[in-house]
Design a protein around this ligand. Structure first.
Ligand code: NIG
Ligand code: FE
Length: 423
């Protein structure tokens, strides 16, 4: 999707609701703070030079910018909700091929782990990703990024992890680096060489962990290709001890830990996230009460993925309980070819309400400000405040409740990325 080259300022006026998500502090929001959306009625914004110059009521902005009206593109947002660009803090967006046959197999009774242990699942995508050229991966990833934008998402995290060898891990990260330069969406890269133990290392798992630590991490760090380091800590994949070694080694290179934790079985992943000071723990379907407490105490963000739970026909994570326990909660698509082939954060917000009993306001916070915190972008994205990037979505509905009330419907009307209209 090409960004229109609009150099003019943009003046959005008369939004029925402008949900600013504006913040008084820097950390992620917890408990009742997750319900404070900073709603302005008859809202207005002035976007210029890629940033938000002013946010307020239309009357307030008339006073400030009335004289410059002729310079700007005027957008009449009456009848519309305006929100920050959504942030998707957990995706596996760069991959080759697809796995629709596994979807059928699961419906016939096979489990996710059985398919993976038989050489399918992550291993199947790794084979297809190893075979794909950089150009092919760029092409396949581009349509997913376009689809993200069309659903109101202006920033995504992206993980490597479909190579599990240096060459392909670097290929995936370089694809993200290139797309970052050519595609309007912001991509925040995570190294996930520890997504699975490659089949060629079966029975020699620790050897793979050593190689990842000694041969992959230093190169990824040296080439500055990632900000975060993620591990699939799961029974039959990486043990908590192996995960800890990998995450601690990454920290020495400045890579911030993230963990795929307690997805299929309760395995101490949430506890480990607190122990290693992870910025976030992902999935958490089977997180223990102790793990939830530990996360609340250390401020680890729970990145919950209800679309994955739905797609795997599993009980979703205990989102309500986590919010009430004071865990900062973010939500994400987990966009990947196996357990969540979707690019729709609006669907994920809806599922956060239905499957995890979060409120519409909490779901919006989890998909914007808290999501930005989960990838360290809270200074630029996740709320509509002066000086932040002008990443803005206009929805063809009047209030934020309707955003979660509808499902499977895309209400995006327009999207601005750094002040430029992209949808
Ligand atoms: O977050 N659980 C592990 N990783 C991904 C799925 C990857 C795949 O199946 O390709 C996830 O769900
Ligand atoms: Fe994932």
């Amino acid at each position: 999707m090409e960004a229109d080259r609009v150099e003019k300022p943009v003046w959005i006026k008369h939004a029925s609701q402008l949900a600013t998500l504006s913040q008084d502090g820097k950390g992620p929001r917890v408990k009742e703070k997750m319900s404070e959306l900073g709603i302005i009625e008859d809202g207005s914004m002035w976007l210029e030079e890629g940033v938000i110059k002013a946010v307020g009521t239309t009357a307030e902005l008339e006073k400030k910018y009335g004289e410059r009206e002729k310079e700007a593109d005027i957008v009449n947002a009456s009848g519309c909700l305006v929100t920050p660009g959504l942030v998707d803090p957990h995706t596996h967006v760069v991959y080759g091929g697809s796995r629709e046959r596994e979807f059928e197999m699961r419906l016939e009774g096979a489990t996710y782990m059985e398919i993976m242990n038989a050489g399918g699942g992550i291993h199947a995508t790794a084979r297809m990703t190893r075979e794909a050229t950089e150009e092919e991966l760029i092409e396949q990833t581009t349509w997913r990024l376009d689809s993200f934008l069309a659903h109101g998402i202006t920033t995504v995290e992206g993980k490597s992890g479909y190579g599990m060898n240096l060459e392909t891990e670097l290929k995936q990260l370089r694809v993200m680096e290139k797309l970052q330069q050519t595609h309007p969406i912001d991509i925040v890269p995570t190294f996930m060489g520890a997504h699975a133990v490659p089949q060629e290392y079966k029975g020699r798992e620790d050897e793979f962990v050593d190689r990842l630590i000694n041969e992959m991490l230093p190169v990824v760090a040296e080439e500055k290709l990632a900000e975060f380091n993620d591990v699939f800590c799961e029974k039959g994949v990486f043990t908590p001890d192996q995960s800890e070694r990998i995450l601690e080694a990454g920290k020495k290179y400045g890579l911030i830990p993230k963990i795929h934790a307690d997805e299929i079985e309760s395995y101490g992943g949430a506890e480990l996230a607190a122990k290693v000071g992870a910025i976030s723990a992902e999935h958490l379907l089977k997180a223990s009460d102790e793990g939830i407490r530990a996360m609340a105490e250390s401020g680890v963000i729970a990145c919950l993925l209800p679309a994955t739970a739905l797609y795997l026909r599993e009980q979703a994570a205990a989102g309500r309980k986590m919010v009430d326990a004071g865990v900062p909660v973010a939500i994400s698509t987990d966009c990947n070819p196996g357990s969540s082939p979707t690019t729709s954060m609006p669907l994920v917000m809806n599922l956060a309400c239905i499957l995890m009993r979060m409120t519409p306001a909490e779901a919006l916070t989890a998909a914007t400000y808290n999501a930005a915190c989960a990838i360290n972008r809270q200074d630029k994205a996740g709320s509509l405040e002066e000086g932040k990037q002008a990443d803005v979505v206009m929805w063809d509905i009047e209030n934020y409740q309707k955003l979660q009330y509808f499902f499977g419907v895309n209400h995006v009307k327009s999207v601005w990325k750094k002040g430029i209209r992209v949808v």
